[in-house]
Each structure stands twice: as structure tokens, then as C-alpha cells.
Design a protein around this ligand. Structure first.
Ligand SMILES: Nc1ncnc2c1ncn2[C@@H]1O[C@H](COP(=O)(O)OP(=O)(O)OP(=O)(O)O)[C@@H](O)[C@H]1O
Ligand SMILES: O=P(O)(O)O[C@H]1[C@H](OP(=O)(O)O)[C@@H](OP(=O)(O)O)[C@@H](O)[C@@H](O)[C@@H]1OP(=O)(O)O
Ligand SMILES: [Mg+2]
Ligand SMILES: [Mg+2]
Length: 378
């Protein structure tokens, strides 16, 4: 087949619900028109027996899948795996998930993301939070001294299970009794009932608004008892909502968006620090400070179908990695031809780049050297 006829095969391994929402005919057709074939991976069969693929997209839980990816990568060293399970793993714990945001706001890193932390401009961070592992710690008044009610109790584990989305808005100490550690207690920050969801697809960033939990005033707090359980609030509709009057009165279209350049800088910083290509993060604006933003959640491979123009954005991303892979292969061929037998093979097992030119932060197969090291491939 001539180079111009070459197509790019992307294998995808997704849970049924995710597959249904993400793999829509409109996406499959657009990708096909642009030379990219989306191929379903049969999760009932060993991955090593499937293919050929140029790239694998995946979001599946468990060690078994991870092992399958490792075995596949050993056998198919040139296949890009987006993203590396280690990078995804960090998002399965609500403490490590937000640690990366704090790292970005420390002075040297803040400079690296383009001076996001400028005194006169918008700032970002994470809400105050603590992790509670035992019932004893939960009931220990000293442990909670630093936190101010209301708080949100979130399961420590964020593995995509229904359980991991079950939260409680806790108004006072009594409300702590029903909670089941391990949990994260995070200060609830009044944010005008609007949440910003920032979708990242490689270099692409889209920010949308969604309805969130309503503010809790000091007066209201004094009258509220215990806690209020909820789940996936920004995805709720109709009768599921906590307070229909509030939602009726809330005009989402009037809410001001955060500056796009500010959001894009955070997205870029997170993408680099986490070495991930496909994620979204939730941001709220602290009503007390106005230009202070807090990242409260980061999700791997979110519900992209809800993102405007998702087919185009995702297809552009696929085509971009396709192009970069082609360019890289040409470079590899040129350089490898200088190498002999075993040396050439040995180098291939370490990376699909040959020669030292990639020792710098040069993009390789769509990824910087640093990113590439964290993308399963040989
Ligand atoms: N610290 C906070 N202050 C105010 N509201 C919050 C805070 N943390 C969470 N919320 C509200 O609770 C919702 C759920 O929280 P979070 O996003 O952490 O849960 P999740 O189950 O991981 O969500 P997702 O469905 O996006 O994965 C948020 O969308 C927001 O409306
Ligand atoms: O599709 P999945 O089952 O993965 O659900 C994801 C969900 O997408 P969906 O609404 O299309 O279901 C996402 O919604 P948006 O942020 O895009 O609104 C978000 O809630 C993720 O956290 C969920 O991933 P999880 O954390 O549960 O793995
Ligand atoms: Mg969220
Ligand atoms: Mg989440």
C-alpha cells in the first residue's frame, strides 16, 4: 500500500456505558473519512491476540487489564497506548488527584505554566481538605480543627464506580456519624451554583458551564441538620435535583466564564504534570474572592460526547497523532538504517526512537520525550 493510502487503526477498550456514549456513528464516520479506523477491542479475548493497531485508547478498571496492556506492549512495541496506566492511576485517589494542582501553584511550577499565579490576576488552588481513614479519626475533634463546615465528604477512591461518586454535604459534626471512611473531607466553597467543566484532548481545551450545588449561607447553615447525600450533581436532571426552586431560578447562561487563557494555562500545566492526554477537570469560582478558582475534581476519559463538537475535536486529535507517528517513523527509518543488527533491535526495545536527538524535549509520536517515556510502548 502506498504511503498516501495508509490508514491509522485505533483499538478502543471501554466499559459498555462509555462505549455507548463515546463511540457514536458520527465520530466513527468522521474519523473514517480522515483515515482513522476505530476498532473495538474484544475484552473477552486476550489483547495480545488482537490487532493490528497503531494506537490503543482505553478506560477499563482492574489489574487484569493493566497486565494485558503490558503484555501487548512488549509484543507490539510501536503501538501507542493512550494513556499510561500509571498516569491514570493517580486520578483514582482524590488526594493524589489534587496534589498535582498544588504542585502547579508552588512558585517554580507556577512560572512554568506561564505565570498563572499573578497577584493582580486570577489565582487557582484546591479547597482545604483532609483524608480520614478510620471511624476513630472521624470522631476525633482535633483532627477536624482546621476545617470549617459545611464540608463535602467524598469517597477517597475515585475509580469510576457508582460508590465512588456518592457524596454528602455535611453541615455539622452530627452529620459525620453516618460517613464511612476512607473519605476525604473537603471544605464546601460557595461558588454561585455554577461549575466549569474543562475538557482536555491533547492540546485542545474546551470549557463549559454546568449547574452545581447552591451556595449555603451562614444563616441557612445554622438551620440545617446533619448531612445531605448526593451523587453526580452536574449530570442530574428533573426530579433528581436537590432543590427544584433553586434550579428554576438559576440562570446558567448569565454566569460569567473564567478567562479562557487562564483556564488553558491550567489545563496545559495539568496535562504536562500528569502526562495525560484525555481528561477533564471541574473548577469553581470562590464567590468571596471573585477571581480565585478552585479545582475540585479531575476525571480520566470523561463523557466527551457532552462536549461541543466532540467528533471534530477527537478526530483532529487522532489525525494529529497519526501524522506525528508517520513523521516519527520516517525519522526512525532514516536513523535506524545507520545501525546494525542487534544494536538496532536493542534500541527498539527501549524506545521507538533511534539516536540521541530525542534526548531533548522533542515531540515524538505526538508526545514529548518525557510523555513518551510514560506512554506504554517500546
Ligand atoms: N469543595 C467543593 N465546594 C463546593 N462544591 C463542591 C465541592 N466539591 C464538590 N462540589 C460539588 O459536588 C459535585 C461533585 O463533586 P466531584 O466533582 O468531586 O464528584 P465526582 O463524583 O467525582 O464528579 P464527576 O461526575 O465529575 O466525576 C461537584 O460537581 C460540585 O457541584
Ligand atoms: O462515562 P463514564 O461512565 O466514564 O462517566 C464519566 C462521566 O461521563 P458520562 O456522563 O458520559 O457518563 C463524566 O461526566 P462529565 O464530567 O463529562 O460530565 C464524569 O462524571 C466522569 O467522572 C465519569 O467517569 P468516572 O469517573 O465515573 O469513570
Ligand atoms: Mg466532578
Ligand atoms: Mg470525578
Amino acid at each position: 500500500m502506498s504511503e498516501s493510502m495508509r490508514r491509522f487503526g485505533i483499538g478502543y477498550a471501554l466499559a459498555p456505558k462509555k462505549q455507548q456514549s463515546f463511540i457514536q456513528v458520527s465520530l466513527v464516520n468522521l474519523a473514517k473519512e480522515r483515515g482513522v479506523d476505530l476498532i473495538k477491542i474484544d475484552t473477552e479475548k486476550p489483547l495480545v491476540d488482537q490487532g493490528p493497531f497503531d494506537c490503543i485508547l482505553h478506560k477499563l478498571p482492574g489489574e487484569e487489564w493493566r497486565k494485558q496492556l503490558e503484555d501487548f506492549s512488549l509484543k507490539n512495541p510501536n503501538v501507542l497506548v493512550i494513556d499510561h496506566p500509571d498516569s491514570i492511576e493517580r486520578l483514582h485517589n482524590r488526594i493524589s488527584m489534587l496534589q498535582v494542582v498544588s504542585e502547579l501553584t508552588s512558585p517554580p511550577a507556577a512560572a512554568a505554566v506561564g505565570g498563572v499565579e499573578n497577584q493582580n490576576e486570577e489565582t487557582f488552588g484546591v479547597p482545604k481538605q483532609i483524608v480520614i481513614y478510620t471511624n476513630e479519626a472521624l470522631l476525633d475533634p482535633v483532627v477536624l480543627l482546621d476545617l470549617k463546615f459545611p464540608v463535602i465528604a467524598k469517597p477517597l477512591v475515585a475509580d469510576g464506580s457508582a460508590k465512588s461518586h456518592k457524596m454528602s454535604l455535611v453541615f455539622n459534626r452530627d452529620g459525620l456519624n453516618k460517613l464511612k471512611p476512607p473519605i476525604v473531607l473537603q471544605e464546601f466553597v460557595n461558588h454561585g451554583g455554577v461549575i466549569f467543566k474543562v475538557y482536555v484532548v491533547g492540546d485542545h481545551v474546551t470549557c463549559v458551564k454546568r449547574k452545581s450545588l447552591p451556595d449555603v449561607s451562614e444563616e441557612k447553615l445554622a438551620s440545617l441538620e446533619g448531612s445531605l447525600p448526593f451523587s453526580q450533581i452536574s449530570n442530574l436532571t428533573g426530579q433528581d435535583r436537590l432543590d427544584e426552586n433553586y434550579y428554576e431560578a438559576m440562570h446558567l447562561d448569565q454566569a460569567e466564564m473564567p478567562p479562557l487563557s487562564f483556564i488553558t494555562d491550567i489545563a496545559r500545566g495539568l496535562r504536562r504534570a500528569m502526562r495525560l492526554h484525555l481528561f477533564n477537570f471541574d473548577v469553581i469560582r470562590d464567590v468571596r474572592v471573585g477571581n480565585r478558582y478552585l479545582v475540585i475534581d479531575i476525571n480520566y476519559f470523561p463523557g466527551y460526547a457532552k462536549m461541543p463538537l466532540y467528533e471534530t475535536v477527537l478526530t483532529d486529535f487522532f489525525v494529529e497523532i497519526f501524522q506525528k507517528t508517520k513523521e516519527e517513523n520516517l525519522k526512525v527509518d532514516a536513523n535506524c538504517s545507520k545501525l546494525v543488527g542487534s544494536e538496532k533491535e536493542e534500541r527498539k526495545l527501549v524506545s521507538n526512537t533511534c539516536g540521541d536527538e530525542n534526548d531533548g524535549d522533542v515531540p515524538v509520536s505526538g508526545l514529548s520525550r518525557e510523555e513518551k517515556e510514560n506512554t506504554l510502548q517500546v
